[in-house]
Design a binder for this molecule. Structure first.
Ligand SMILES: Cc1ncc(COP(=O)(O)O)c(C=O)c1O
Length: 450
């Protein structure tokens, strides 16, 4: 079903490396662009290749080198690059009607009906945006409007975007100064590196219990919402234990706090379910969607439960680009493709294929401390020593660069190697990409004296 001809590749011949990479044209173009463009991600800084085309699960650079894609952009193109149904949907509206502010269009009506029919529970109050961070900001404003309270609790190392409210929900580095008043952070479960040095399940998920301490001792008791990523993405594909989310829901209900699940990264099948919260069958009061929602077209959403949805009227919710016809066409086509091609099941299956191979790497490599993930949201954590678990940033950088130069386009984060392949990837291509990582880890171990 998922294996459409448009994305078919000859796995045996991949990747194709024709030049030293980044190749001469890449280097020349990047040098010209970077005279002006500042603030590149570490992904680009460590490997400044210039891409020209993408098709399915491969990317081709301007020197003709073809890479296996383990990045999906940045957790975005889950259905592969340039899926014909999505490209055609966008092209249709690029020729028909590009923007008419937040007036209803037929395509928007269809998207809203479809989205409301697939979201969990009664998350039927919807507003559309053009980036994850603006959807998160709207969610924060809506939580304040709905509760009349103004404080927020979010979690260590979660990421929610780069506007002021979203930034304030995360660890703020010195260069950015302080987070906005009223935002508090709590430890969240990371069973490989438990913040309380306990063991699950004996800990009885103390992270959830500890939140009451934060509420009592740090906030003024005016918490509007607890905001979290259901699975921590940027932080390193950290999956909470199964008892965490139900406990969080209970706590929110006990104190009249809204549960705000930021699914910008985890939605649309990325973790093997349409929405990540389905893994625990816990419906949030507010959720935000992005990245895979338009498979590369900038379209995001804030969804609010029936009980609170009228509050969206109070927050001046519309925006210049949110819900433009091309965006709605991209999102609707993406949802249809996920359903038609059974891509949630596909994602769950791929997760098993990846984890089996990654666990083998963990057994065989002294610097692989942990492997984890769900569906196509995965990570390999590198450590200097499996007992001390000291993070191995230098190895992370080297493995990333080494694998990239062998033809694997992917996403680094210090000592955590993050893997976010498209949901449509064939098993044999996935295994080929994993072979490249395995080889790169082995080479770096040798180089670093392991
Ligand atoms: C969980 C989460 N929320 C929000 C955002 C912000 O999305 P955007 O970059 O589209 O503003 C991101 C981006 O990585 C994210 O991972």
């Amino acid at each position: 079903m998922y294996n459409k001809d448009w994305a078919k590749v000859d796995t045996k011949s991949l990747p194709v490396i024709k030049t030293e990479i980044p190749g001469p044209r890449s280097r020349e173009m990047h040098a010209r662009a970077s005279k002006y463009m500042k603030g590149y991600s570490s992904q680009v800084r460590l490997f400044p290749v210039v891409f020209e085309t993408g098709k399915g699960c491969t990317l081709t650079d301007v020197d003709g080198n073809v890479y296996i894609d383990f990045s999906s952009g940045i957790y975005v193109t889950g259905l592969g690059h340039c899926h014909p149904k999505i490209s055609e949907a966008v092209a249709t509206y690029a020729h028909k009607l590009m923007n008419c502010h937040d007036f209803t269009t037929e395509i928007k009506m269809k998207l809203l009906e479809k989205l409301a029919s697939i979201t969990m529970g009664d998350l039927n109050g919807i507003q559309l945006y053009d980036s994850g961070t603006t959807a998160v900001e709207a969610g924060l404003r809506c939580a304040r409007a709905a509760t009349g309270k103004f404080e927020f609790i979010s979690f260590w190392r979660d990421f929610h975007g780069k506007t002021m409210g979203a930034v304030s929900c995360a660890i703020v580095d010195k260069s950015q100064g302080m987070r906005a008043p009223g935002f508090f952070l709590a430890p969240r479960p990371n069973c490989y590196r438990c913040p309380f040095k306990m063991k699950h399940p004996e800990c009885d998920c103390y992270c959830a219990e500890f939140l009451e301490n934060i509420m009592k001792n740090e906030t003024t008791g005016q918490v509007a919402a607890i905001v979290l990523e259901p699975i921590q993405g940027w932080g390193g594909s950290i999956v909470p234990p199964d008892d965490f989310m139900p406990k969080l829901r209970q706590l929110c209900d006990k104190y009249g706090i809204l549960l705000f699940a930021d699914e910008v990264l985890t939605c649309m099948g990325r973790t093997g379910k349409m929405f990540c919260m389905e893994h625990w069958n816990i419906t949030p009061d507010i959720t935000t969607l992005g990245k895979g929602f338009g498979n590369g077209f900038p379209v995001t959403a804030m969804c609010v439960s029936d009980k609170y949805k009228e509050n969206i009227e109070k927050i001046s919710a519309s925006s210049s680009y949110g819900g433009n016809p091309m965006a709605c066409a991209a999102a609707l086509a993406s949802i249809e493709v996920i359903e038609e091609e059974n891509l949630c099941e596909r994602s769950a299956h791929l997760g098993e294929v990846f984890l089996k191979r990654m666990n083998k790497m963990k057994d065989e490599h002294p610097i692989v401390g942990d492997v984890r993930g769900k569906g196509c949201l995965l990570a390999i954590e590198l450590v200097k020593d499996k007992n001390t678990k000291e993070p191995f940033d230098e190895a992370g950088k080297l493995v990333y660069q080494r694998a990239f130069s062998k033809g694997l386009a992917w996403v680094p984060a210090g000592h955590i190697l993050r893997l976010s392949p498209p949901l449509i990837m064939e098993d044999d291509l996935a295994l080929k990409g994993l072979d490249i990582i395995d080889e790169a880890i082995g080479e770096v171990e040798k180089e670093l004296g392991y």
